[in-house]
Design a protein around this ligand. Sequence first.
Ligand SMILES: [Zn+2]
Ligand SMILES: [Zn+2]
Length: 245
Amino acid sequence: MPAFDVDRLHDLLDAVPVGRWVRYADLASAVGTAGQGLGSHFKACTECEHVWRVLHGQGRLSSDFVRNHPTDRRTQLEALADDGIRFRDGLADPSQQISVAELVAVADREPDPTDLLRMTPVRREQRRLRRQLLGDATDAACFLCGRVLPVELLVAAHIVPRHRVDEAQRRDPEAVFPACVLGCDALFELGYIGVDEAGRVTRLGTAPSAAVAVAVDALHGREVPGLTPGRARRFAEHRTPDDTH
Ligand SMILES: [Zn+2]
Ligand SMILES: [Zn+2]
């Protein structure tokens, strides 16, 4: 991976609205790389949003557009057409181009109620935490069940529920752990399982159904890797019921 500001790239890409396109070179220089560096990043990255909105030169399509997405199989032209981008003589409408200055303004704007509805700040925070936890790995182990999974199936799970902690804690990598979405994340978040002081997954409360009890039993007693004091303290807090809600 080239050394450039990947988080910044993701923020700027997020900010490209429907019906607008941005130049490769502009975006690349804004994050400290060249157009080529961006191209190879797009092919490898699963977190870049709407990469089809990035065009060459004065609005040319990529000759080798590849989108790293499990279900979206549209070509770049199809995706742009869905966005309402108009083409003439092989070039996208210049009036639909967005400058990097505009993108920066959108990306750095204070969140407004619309953003909160769209969950953009939460998604951005989740992306940063995942990067801190998992780096550029393609596979990693779930902290609770230990299964090694593609990182798309792992999230940065908050130990203490997100709404109970302040901004600084939300960004602390010690406050999160990698949890799989094949069950562990939900079982933990709903409080059916926790991690005890000995660093073992433990049953909490009563499972609401036999099927949930089976899932909990499969994890109960499993030793988690590397329980740091920071995490241990928070797991203790997670085991205490939330009486503020
Ligand atoms: Zn990316
Ligand atoms: Zn798991």
